[in-house]
Design a protein around this ligand. Structure first.
Ligand code: UD1
Ligand code: CA
Length: 459
């Protein structure tokens, strides 16, 4: 059979009321990425002619998240059937197969989609649609697939409308359906909203089709598959996140990364880790992190939008913020925060420092408690520390400022002017010393001749 054109409609206009959140449901992140982008990625993989996403009013963020794909606005959220009908204008001339998906079932595997499409293509012309069913351990909230003895699908009954015996059925609607375009809008036109929720259910088109003498079909995934779970609540989201984390950590372990206590490491969808890397307990990777070979990350580190080259040691308790570039063999120690800065090969920033908007040259040593004062309350400015420079402990480098190669900054300095290469700069009060002063003071106290003692006596 020749392959027909394919178009995908993703429903994402729901408010996500059960999430109790201001963020549109489909933008809630899973492993650091808005959930709808997983689904978009998967459908792009089956190469449809077009992808259309139905969004609610004031959901420009969703439109941006799914770009360049087209969005249409469902101005009143009257149910999943009504949401599909919003695409009528756009789709009425399309001739092919239409894949209808829910934006809140983000981890739907590509294989499940291709199975549905194959079943649709293999079916006779009387078969108008194929639904993807599965068996969740807890079917609460899912529509039930009511099957006929000839192996076809009779109806989908929503959980809240199901009789006790229908509710006891284990085969549930995943929310994914493929339908031949010529039937879709005729069937939708016959769907009413006389049900427990007062909504126009997309799922009702199955019963409507049966009554019009058409056949509906289904394919099922045998096991309970977390990938087919719908995300309606924060609990659902947390469960999907746990699934993603396990998957990502598993992939890391398989690639040879040592995770000393895997359950305590939190990854992102795009975390990239090289060979021979050791990650100690309680490390969090935000998005955009790349770690080179032979790196060791000690406990309690938080990294995002950062690149770490080979042989680096980080932590414990270090924070790499967006734009941290850590070159080879650098040591980043405890309570060090680095943002929008390059730390060049072999440099050391070992204790209690803030490196923001700057460069630390190769082999430089940044003493404990050094702060790059990058912000004057209005603008950010750059601090440049040359190669081999030595910054004494507790120094404040007030940006914009440049410390030349191999320069030395005396501990406790507040540096406000550039320092030449190979120079020593000390910017603090000169130390004064009075020989013998301390022992004289002790003596006065013992004899009661000190000023304080005299005062006491005169009272
Ligand atoms: C839906 C199905 C149910 C299935 C389950 C799978 C219906 C009536 N029910 O139930 O059979 O088992 O998904 O997870 O279809 N949406 C809109 N506009 C609306 C309403 C919803 O775009 O007016 C979108 C939502 O954003 C969501 C999707 O449609 O992405 C599903 O809606 P939701 O309310 O979550 O349906 P469920 O109750 O989960
Ligand atoms: Ca849902």
């Amino acid at each position: 059979m020749t392959q027909r054109k394919l178009l995908v409609v993703i429903l994402a206009a729901g408010k996500g009321t059960r999430m109790h959140s201001n963020l549109p449901k489909v933008l809630h992140p899973l492993a650091g990425r808005p959930m709808i982008q997983y689904l978009i990625n998967t459908v792009e993989g089956i190469d449809p002619e077009r992808v259309v996403v139905i969004v609610g009013p004031e959901m420009e963020d969703v439109t941006r998240a799914v770009a360049p794909h087209r969005t249409l606005v469902q101005s009143r959220r009257l149910g999943t059937g009504h949401a599909v009908a919003v695409a009528r204008e756009l789709l009425h001339e399309f001739n092919g197969e239409i894949l209808l998906l829910c934006g809140d079932v983000p981890l739907l595997p590509r294989t499940a989609l291709t199975r549905m499409l194959s079943a649709m293509r293999a079916a006779d012309l009387q078969t108008c649609l194929v639904v993807l069913g599965f068996y969740p351990n807890d079917p609460a909230g899912y529509g039930r697939l009511i099957t006929a003895s000839d192996g076809s699908l009779r109806a989908i009954v929503e959980h809240q409308d199901a009789t006790p015996s229908q509710g006891a059925m284990g085969l549930c609607n995943s929310g994914a359906m493929v339908i031949r375009s010529e039937y879709l809008f005729h069937l939708l036109d016959a769907v009413g909203n006389n049900n427990a929720s007062g909504e126009y259910y997309l799922t009702d088109i199955v019963a409507v089709a049966r009554h019009s003498g058409l056949r509906c079909s289904y394919v099922e995934v045998e096991s309970e598959s977390v990938e087919l779970f719908g995300i309606n609540t924060q609990r659902d989201l947390a469960r999907a996140e746990a699934f993603m984390q396990e998957h990502l950590r598993g992939a890391m372990l398989d690639s040879g990364v040592t995770l000393v206590d895997p359950l305590t490491v939190h990854c992102c969808f795009d975390t990239k880790i090289g060979r021979n890397v050791i990650i100690h307990p309680y490390v969090v990777f935000g998005s955009g992190v790349t770690i080179g070979d032979n790196v060791e990350i000690q406990s309690f580190c938080h990294l995002e939008q950062s690149t770490v080259s080979a042989g680096v040691r980080i932590g414990p308790y270090a924070r790499l913020r967006p734009g941290a570039t850590i070159n080879a063999n650098v040591h980043i120690g405890n309570f060090v925060e680095i943002k929008s800065s390059v730390v060049e090969t072999g440099a050391k920033v070992n204790h209690l420092s803030y490196i923001g908007d700057g460069r630390v040259g190769a082999g430089a040593n940044i003493g404990a408690g050094t702060i790059f004062c990058n912000y004057n309350g209005h603008v950010k400015a750059f601090t440049d520390v040359g190669a081999g420079a030595f910054i004494g402990s507790n120094s404040a480098l007030v940006a914009p400022v440049k410390i030349g190669d191999n320069a030395i900054i005396g501990a406790g300095s507040v540096i406000t002017k550039n320092v030449a290469a190979n120079a020593l700069a000390v910017a603090r009060c000169l130390q004064k010393e009075r020989p013998g002063w301390a022992s004289l003071r002790h003596l006065h106290h013992e004899r009661g001749t000190g000023k304080a003692a005299q005062k006491r006596r005169t009272k």
